[in-house]
Design a protein around this ligand. Sequence first.
Ligand SMILES: Cc1cc2nc3c(=O)[nH]c(=O)nc-3n(C[C@H](O)[C@H](O)[C@H](O)COP(=O)(O)OP(=O)(O)OC[C@H]3O[C@@H](n4cnc5c(N)ncnc54)[C@H](O)[C@@H]3O)c2cc1C
Ligand code: FES
Length: 271
Amino acid sequence: MPIDVAAEVIANRQLSSDYNVLALAAPAIAAASAPGQFVMIKANTGSNDPLLRRPFSVFEILRAVDGTATGLSILSKRIGASTQLLYDARPGQPVACLGPLGRPFTIVEPPTEAWMIAGGVGLAPFATLAESLRARGVRSTLFYGARRAAELFHLDFFRALDVELVLTTEDGSAGETGRVVAPLDRQLASRSARAPLMIYACGPERMLAAASRIAARHGRPCQVSVERIMGCGLGGCYSCVVPMRGDDGQSHHVRSCLAGPVLAADRIVWD
Ligand SMILES: Cc1cc2nc3c(=O)[nH]c(=O)nc-3n(C[C@H](O)[C@H](O)[C@H](O)COP(=O)(O)OP(=O)(O)OC[C@H]3O[C@@H](n4cnc5c(N)ncnc54)[C@H](O)[C@@H]3O)c2cc1C
Ligand code: FES
């Protein structure tokens, strides 16, 4: 059962003019969260605009020295009214937080390797996934693309977990110039088909579709975390549907807040 709390803001770290990491005192939600799950958040109290909560991946589980979960953080990109409020949030302020919600990533075991593909704020679900992969001894690589070097965040966190980093920027200010799916395609082409691999992707839908096609072309399984507009996060409003192919080959719509946000890439009807 999802838990609904008025979580106090512990800290708000503004990473750039658009991105911030908001730490929330929601220990019960944090303790129950699995990598890939999300929370529904509303920064303003009462019924004033924006009325509806917004979905955010659980970015980090915050822990006391003894390992007990004390809260969670979200990595937010400012694009509208709610993310503006989250960008401006002050320590001590209450934030409505409901979760954990949705279906998490299926986590592989060695000798399977994990390749995480992140576009922009699509980095968010991979911090907790990288920790879980490391705990299982799975070799991991993060392919991470952003518009510019200043928007590549949290790199030292992944390096500390021995995650290999493959970076791309659209303006060439760090890593390879261009889209993150280009090195993915190249590295898949040069890898032995016998070496088991799972691809995890999160980011803009066009990037997910490209990663999905590339994974399929190389015969690799791929789990994607889709970001549809979500009105409730609980299966009630049908704002979040994604067309998927069933076992019968027919297309049908699933609610990504319940069946996802993590879905099998080869089942999604991308266009
Ligand atoms: C499962 C899930 C996890 C998410 N995790 C994160 C996260 O970790 N960090 C983060 O910054 N964002 C995340 N998002 C996206 C986030 O929910 C939206 O950015 C947020 O709802 C925008 O709210 P707003 O009020 O600021 O903007 P709004 O005013 O609601 O929207 C501004 C513009 O963005 C468009 N938009 C809104 N939501 C989406 C969306 N999901 N996809 C594409 N376009 C959209 C709107 O149509 C509008 O044009 C996630 C979405 C989902 C479904
Ligand atoms: S967000 Fe309401 S049904 Fe999925």
